[in-house]
Design a protein around this ligand. Structure first.
Ligand code: ATP
Length: 453
């Protein structure tokens, strides 16, 4: 069942992203570059937190995975062997009336007649294959021999470096190689905000195993990846696992799951978990003439490992996180009257700013000095935003809108003016429940860190 779409909600999210500095259109002052996006001050923090958490659970917390950071510029032989030069294409159709290009599966149909989804025109070309790779030239000459590609996925450098990494890491099967990095696809129709871009980031793991373990690890990784999404704050109810049918899978894949998310524009893929057999390593062994075999010391067998690949999109996940977090509810203002507020209910783990610190009044030197001391104390451990301007309710509201989970206020009690027992304590306000608690400054960092893990 596809979730109902909600264009209005999506519009509000896109506008909040721009207004608060999560995501801007790339080259905006020149009219924008279609399919490219720039992450602003908050977007870059959110994206980093997501990537760091992925790296933590996929690499650092495991014994069986190591990382790499491969080049974006790719030798054409790599992408010939992988099949991308020949076959990494989408069927494209042009409208002769409005000159729009679109993917064949985006064609509108009215009473069995094919129509342009842009202008409704019926004068359309036949579908032809359009290769999605960006080609460039390396060095001063622009000849055939200098062609290189911007990688269309991060996976291929993992396959190509398989032997080197096997040797240096001394891992035994099953083990994985992980990478996070940019990938480029000249998508025919970039759309749905950052969902389909021409430049994007992937988080990929290639998990190598014995052939008979492939199906088992496919199931294992699907489950692990679902847990990951829940751990960054996506609710299970908004996630869906699609078991990709035989006819829609790559010919070499023995099983693929798409992990999908119910975006306001519909149910769409976040990540593919694919059992790719020994296809990639075999292709590179054949084309390069270099052995990419694994020697099993126990059984004395030599063979090409099989691979299961969980391949996630950073930008799509960031977008899902924002869509999931976006909430409108009611909160009291400084006079105690209820007002509507926008709140991004990010999991504290991935929230761009972890803690905001406010002196109750900005014209009381001691409050300001103490608040700045709290900021200095917290900064080595987390992202902190200091704000002294405006009524306290307004300051909370500004932080709610960007998803800051904790608001720390330094007030007269902190200075010990009312009750000496409360000296050097602050109030900590929780973004979601809006409840406040009093915490000693010396315990603040440890308590907040525990909630952010
Ligand atoms: P789609 O069918 O949506 O084009 P795909 O199946 O071609 O995606 P894969 O090749 O499996 O995608 O890439 C793995 C992941 O990379 C995707 O699940 C997605 O999160 C991300 N990704 C792929 N293409 C794009 C894109 N154009 N913009 C943003 N992210 C992308």
């Amino acid at each position: 069942m596809n979730a109902p779409t909600d264009a209005q909600r999506m519009e509000k999210i896109v506008s909040l992203c721009k207004r608060r500095g999560f995501i801007f259109q790339s080259s905006e002052i020149y009219g924008g570059l279609n399919g490219a996006w720039d992450y602003g001050p908050l977007g870059v923090e959110l994206k980093r937190n997501l990537k760091n958490y992925w790296w933590r659970v996929m690499v650092h917390e495991r014994d069986d995975v190591v990382g790499i950071d491969g080049a974006i510029l790719t030798h054409p032989a790599v992408l010939k062997a992988s099949g991308h030069v020949e076959g990494f294409s989408d069927p494209m159709i042009d409208c002769r009336t409005c000159k729009a290009h679109f993917r064949a599966d985006q064609l509108a149909e009215k009473k069995g007649v094919r129509q342009c989804p842009n202008c409704g025109g019926k004068d359309l070309t036949e579908a032809r294959q359009f290769n999605l790779m960006f080609e460039t030239h390396v060095g001063a000459s622009a000849e055939e021999s200098s062609v290189a590609y911007l990688r269309p996925e991060t996976a291929q450098s993992i396959f190509v470096q398989f032997k080197n990494i096997l040797e240096v890491s001394r891992k035994k099967l099953p083990f994985g190689i992980a990478q996070i990095g940019k990938a480029f696809r000249n998508e025919i129709n970039p759309r749905n905000f950052t969902f389909r871009s021409r430049e994007f980031e992937q988080m990929e793991l290639e998990y190598f195993c014995r052939p008979e373990q492939g199906m088992e690890f496919l199931e294992y990784w699907k489950e692990e990846r679902l847990k990951f999404y829940e751990n960054v704050g996506l609710s299970r109810a908004n996630l869906n696992v699609l078991d990709v049918p035989d006819q829609e899978r790559a010919f070499y894949s023995k099983g693929t799951y798409d992990i999908e998310y119910d975006f306001p524009f519909g149910r769409q893929e976040l990540e593919g978990v694919a059992y790719r057999t020994d296809y990639d390593l075999s292709q590179h062994q054949k084309a390069s003439g270099k052995s990419l075999e694994y020697f099993d010391e126990e059984t004395k067998e030599r063979f090409i490992p099989h691979v299961v690949e969980p391949s996630a999109g950073v930008d799509r996940t960031v977008l899902a996180l924002i869509c999931e977090a976006y909430t409108e509810d009611q909160a009291p203002n400084d006079k105690g009257e209820m007002e509507s507020r926008i709140v991004l209910r990010f999991s504290p783990r991935i929230a761009p700013i972890k803690c905001a610190v406010f002196p109750l009044l900005k014209n009381k030197e001691q409050l300001v000095a103490k608040a700045k001391e709290v900021v200095r104390l917290l900064r080595p451990d987390m992202t902190v935003f200091y704000d002294e301007s405006g009524a306290i309710g307004r300051r909370y509201r500004r932080q709610d809108e960007i998803g800051t989970p904790f608001g720390v206020t330094v007030d007269f009690e902190t200075l010990g003016e009312k009750d000496p027992a409360l000296r050097d304590t602050v109030t900590v306000r929780d973004r979601d429940s809006m409840k406040q608690e009093r915490i000693a400054i010396q315990d603040l960092s440890a308590i907040l860190l525990e909630r952010l893990r």
